[in-house]
Design a protein around this ligand. Structure first.
Ligand SMILES: NC(=O)c1ccc[n+]([C@@H]2O[C@H](COP(=O)([O-])OP(=O)(O)OC[C@H]3O[C@@H](n4cnc5c(N)ncnc54)[C@H](O)[C@@H]3O)[C@@H](O)[C@H]2O)c1
Length: 342
């Protein structure tokens, strides 16, 4: 067991995957949980294989000097208040996506962390997935050349068969197709293409299926990204589809292309008429127990030990993705009018 003690806020689906992933890192161990519901301390400790204290008052957990990191897995509309309170209590913060559902809330979270000298980790864990780590390595090796067009799309029907449907259908916590789920795809596109986004335009709509009728917002959107220097990208965020989970990636560059786990590179002089295949673990499930949280939390705890911001998913880095998302949602609300990023 490690030496970085973590207190979890909220004990839902994401929390259970986080606890296993934190306890599997070299440093991390979950020693406390705060929940609005009464939880049995001994049952919880037995289930997760180590002593866990249950708090009913958040202020009491935040006041505990033995807790070094607070991990927020609550409803999105609670993220700002809890993240700011944790930062003010001088705790480092793990924060589930979305960071928050408004630009002002995201700004407050980043500002509170910086003012208090604490560091953040946003659960854009797909960046640490084998699929995107291998894809990024292929790009960094120059096998695609300069990517001038990229698309990463997210297709995952979030209907009544999915626990999150309970609160995700409301605008307050669900936010938008991008905020609630498509953010992973847009974030991956930004990681793979690099560079700065100058302008976005986005359109949104909704399935006519009665399954998705309770949603208070458009559950399908498509966003075009204009990068500084002229490169372009696209992200579809589709949470009202009836099909298997699918994370679609297509990158087109000056030396070749990549389509999910297939690629062609002129540099390898292979047959351009057929794809070459990459062996890697694909992101093909919405189940949190399949998500690469452990690798991400390991990188966060290593960065804390080194007194540095973590690579790939720090508050600053993730906030850049949310800037693009908020601009895209503004564009969609205005019927697709282009929105420039500040
Ligand atoms: N990074 C990812 O891929 C990923 C995956 C799943 C969830 N999430 C995020 O994690 C956060 C939590 O999502 P979740 O799927 O764990 O949701 P969840 O509904 O299981 O839990 C959400 C919150 O509700 C509480 N809760 C659950 N059941 C409750 C009940 N019966 N009564 C009172 N409170 C209850 C939980 O303790 C938690 O605070 C959200 O921000 C979500 O977007 C992210």
């Amino acid at each position: 067991m490690g030496s970085t003690n973590v207190g979890i806020i909220g004990y839902g689906w994401a929390a259970t995957a986080h606890i296993a992933a934190i306890n599997a890192t070299r440093q991390g161990r979950v020693t406390a949980v705060w929940s609005s519901r009464p939880l049995d301390e001994s049952e919880l400790s037995a289930r997760h294989g180590g002593p866990i204290r249950v708090y009913r008052e958040l202020s009491a957990m935040l006041a505990d000097p033995d807790i070094h990191v607070v991990d927020i897995t609550s409803y999105p509309s609670q993220h700002r208040e809890q993240a700011v309170a944790a930062a003010n209590a001088k705790k480092h913060v793990i924060l589930e996506k979305p960071m928050a559902n408004t630009p002002e809330e995201v700004r407050d979270i980043v500002a509170a962390a910086e003012a208090n000298g604490v560091r953040g980790c946003v659960c854009f864990e797909c960046r640490y997935s084998n699929q995107f780590q291998v894809t990024k390595a292929l790009i960094d090796e120059g096998l695609l050349g300069t990517i001038h067009y990229g698309e990463v799309d997210y297709y995952h029907g979030i209907g009544p068969w999915y626990g999150q449907y309970r609160w995700n259908t409301g605008k307050k916590d669900g936010g938008s197709a991008l905020l609630t789920a498509g953010c992973h795809a847009l974030d991956a596109l930004l990681m793979l293409m690099g560079g700065e986004v100058e302008m976005v335009s986005s359109l949104s709509t909704k399935s006519s299926s009665p399954i998705f009728a309770p949603y208070e917002y458009d559950t399908s959107s498509v966003t075009l990204l204009h990068f500084k220097g002229g490169r372009i990208g696209k992200t579809a965020a589709i949470v009202d589809c009836l099909q298997p989970y699918y994370f679609h990636t297509h990158l087109v560059g000056s030396e070749g292309s990549l389509l999910d786990d297939r690629f062609h590179s002129m540099k390898l002089k292979a047959d351009k008429g057929h794809w070459s295949r990459l062996s890697m673990k694909m992101l093909d499930s919405g189940d949190v127990s399949d998500h690469p949280y452990q690798a991400q939390f390991q990188a966060f705890f290593d960065a804390l030990d080194a007194g540095q911001d973590m690579p790939l998913t720090s508050f600053r880095e993730a906030a850049r993705t949310f800037d693009v998302i908020f601009a895209a949602d503004r564009s969609a609300a205005a019927g697709g009018q282009p929105v420039r990023l500040a």
